[in-house]
Design a binder for this molecule. Sequence first.
Ligand code: GCW
Length: 719
Amino acid sequence: MKSVLIIILLFIFSAGHSEDGYRLWLRYDPISDVTKRKEYAALLKYLVLEQTSPTFNVAEKELKLALNGLLGLNLTTTNVIQEAGAIILGTPASSKIIASLNLHDKLRSLGDEGFSILATSVKGKKCIVVAGNKDVGVLYGTFHLIKLIQTYQVLQNIYVQNTPRIKHRILNHWDNLDRTVERGYAGFSLWDWHKLPDYIDPRYYDYARANASIGINGSVVTNVNSNAQILTEPYLQKVAALANVFRPYGIKIYLTARFSAPREIGGMPTADPLDPNVRSWWKKKIDEIYQHVPDFGGFVVKANSEGQPGPQNYKRSHADGANMLAEALAPHNGIVMWRAFVYDNEVPEDRAKQAFNEFKLLDGKFNKNVMIQVKNGPIDFQPREPFHPLFGGLPQTPINMEFQITQEYLGYATHLVYLAPLFKECLDADTYASGKGSYVYKVIDGSLHGHALTGMAGVANIGNDRNWCGHPFAQSNWYSFGRLAWNPTLTSEAIAEEWIRMTFSNEQDVVKSLKELMLASREITVNYMTPLGLHHIMGWDHHYGPGPWIKDKPRADWTSVYYHKADDFGIGFDRTKTGSNALGQYAPEVQEKYGSLKNCPEEYLLWFHHVSWDHKMKSGRSLWDELCHRYYQGADSVKWMQDSWNKMEGKVDHERFSQVKSLLAIQYKEAVWWRNSCVLYFQTFSKKDIPPGFEKPEKSLNYYESLQFPFAPGIRPKW
Ligand code: GCW
């Protein structure tokens, strides 16, 4: 009776609690299922921690917070086994109890960050052990245990062995020092540089908690379009303050290095990477960084790309530039993530080919602590791209993946698009680099070519909006990135399920409906934006909304007509042998798959082929009709998304229900805008009617072309 009353009271309390999304997936609201509560309460009575450390302290704090919220428990900590129901946290070095359990066999294969969770008996008392080789493994295990409770899993005979498959799991913030965020749609930067190092915003801790809960172990806090000021002494003090917050959570801090820094802040006449004075400047600078941040992770560098300075300004190669920094970082165990996102307007070559051409020649020429950071596709984070040919193409070089979590090309923070299927499509693609089964994820986890240095980077979608990511569902993309960086073989479905249960509800029908909604959302977006392999046809510069008509800009490869090549005959970019032969950069099996018009999977058709408007598609329709069909189907499906969401009323909290409802209405409006603009524009080439049965666009092409958005958020700073 008493417990029922407590539950009712807890509910009244939590119902009154405003659900603004701040708590992300770490909500810890009371478990409503009485049987579950009892089951957990019997197993989880007190905490045994024999030694403290900064990381154990945060694990303890988190567990207390979670069990207090979920089960109403006031967890006490002791260092001895008293009765059944102990949760024992530790490593063999920190805990005599764990050492006595002889877990060596279990822990051996788990490395520094892995963990083992098991139900066992100590001195005849049933308990749950969360063990790792290092403190951080114990922290990850603690978060895992909490997740199992949040998602109502059975703990009775629990036995989990878990370790990350990728070493560096890193968020890349494109945050500027003035707190604007390039391609950021969730407010301003979290980093309050002005008040750092003296004021530590409590939010930094919650940021660290959220990342640790999904295994993210690195944060690049500055934009790749970088500012050298971050490397000056006053800023390094601020960086050190953030690093101090992140450290107990297993998160290392990284910075972006502006290649011209020796000139800009060092007073040097040159930044030539082979100049001995430049090399010694960087060495001193890097030593200075390590004085402030002893576990500094290293640099991400965007060089000779989109106007950023780099070694080529001095007729040196990317390897010369990367190795100079790598050499100075090596004594401190720092790494360089050198980006392969390079393309040059002066080069008449298909932009999709340029990075491969540049880096192929440098395979094997990089120092051991350099990874080449490659975007998932060869152009630029489009709603759909084939995998980048550098995956599998640089066998002698560690490659780390760069995904974009922020939705630059996928509707900003207003469209509900679950990105795990996009990430997975790339990770699961077969490069055939060493025969069948040479999946991209095997390049990334190092197993394909035997590299120990491995990484995955995600361009963050986080800002100072109360709910961190702008759209409540955009949180799932941060979450999915972390989960896939930990284990790229997880399925989109499994990740969605965990996230929904923790973020919205454990009710079966809610889980089922939201999962369907999320899993369908990316394909729907592709359909209303860029179906059948179209790409890069968005608005100029800010990239907001449709802009297939963009042409005559200073750079051809920043226009849309460069990519869709629509003409009287048809549409699409011929990247086969008869065209740019970008396809020639892939393994023969991949070339065969995409090379022929007949066999090419339709979702990549216009990426690889220039196709006649009359071409007969698998559906039996002509290409023109199919294109219209996809655009209309995409926009209509957003209506379906709205209907499914409307059914959630009363099943999820009111605040987030109404917020998502409003955002879906914008998404529908914008999907129709995309559809109408693209269909009307491409019609000027196909000269064919919109197939019968589809409503006519309500406005003219001129109208859509005339729309201007000078204040669209997230644009590149002009300095
Ligand atoms: O996608 C493009 C963006 C730029 C970005 C660049 C990059 C940071 O439009 O804003 O610059 O990619 O990845 O370097």
